[in-house]
Design a protein. Structure first.
Length: 175
């Protein structure tokens, strides 16, 4: 028994379908919503790889039925959200590194020294209260000691420090 999906589709038809999809405003708009921006092209390449590995007839069937864009969006979402996807394993999996008691996500293409320097440079740009809380955390290393020194509840110090660290991470990701 021969599966209809295994029958050969003319190469130019396959290329036409994929080119049409990859140049479409909808597909590129979908990819452009993904964060961080520096992984958008990698995501696009992974989606392309998956679509190129589809049997030709399956690709044509999805295209003629109008379901190719929906199918592609599902691939994008699965790659982004799944912890088991090849995209997650190659690009999104982060390792946490302790840098002067500030947790920063390690990017595989940036040296830890550069991340440390960027993080420490961004401390001065924080809101004064968040900066002071972070400096106290760097000094003491725990929230209870901050509470003992300042009288500020440790929960409040924790929230301020987490907010400051998140802000620093966002600034580093934009670089």
């Amino acid at each position: 028994m021969v599966c209809l999906w295994d029958m050969a589709l003319p190469l130019d038809m396959r290329n036409k379908i994929l080119t049409e999809l990859f140049t479409s405003k909808e597909f590129n708009g979908c990819i452009s919503k993904m964060q961080p921006v520096n992984l958008q092209e990698d995501l696009k390449a992974e989606v392309g790889l998956i679509l190129c590995e589809l049997p030709e007839r399956r690709l044509e069937e999805l295209h003629t039925s109008g379901q190719l864009k929906f199918f592609t969006v599902r691939i994008v979402l699965n790659l982004i959200k799944s912890f088991n996807s090849p995209f997650y394993k190659k690009f999104r999996k982060v390792q946490t590194v302790e840098l002067s008691n500030i947790e920063v996500a390690e990017n595989s293409d940036i040296e830890i020294k550069v991340i440390r320097e960027l993080a420490l440079n961004h401390i001065d740009n924080l809101y004064w209260y968040d900066k002071e809380m972070l400096m106290l955390y760097l000094k003491h290393g725990n929230y209870r000691a901050i509470e003992a020194e300042t009288g500020i509840p440790w929960e409040s110090a924790y929230k301020s420090i987490q907010k400051a660290c998140k802000e620093i991470r966002l600034k580093i990701d934009r670089v």
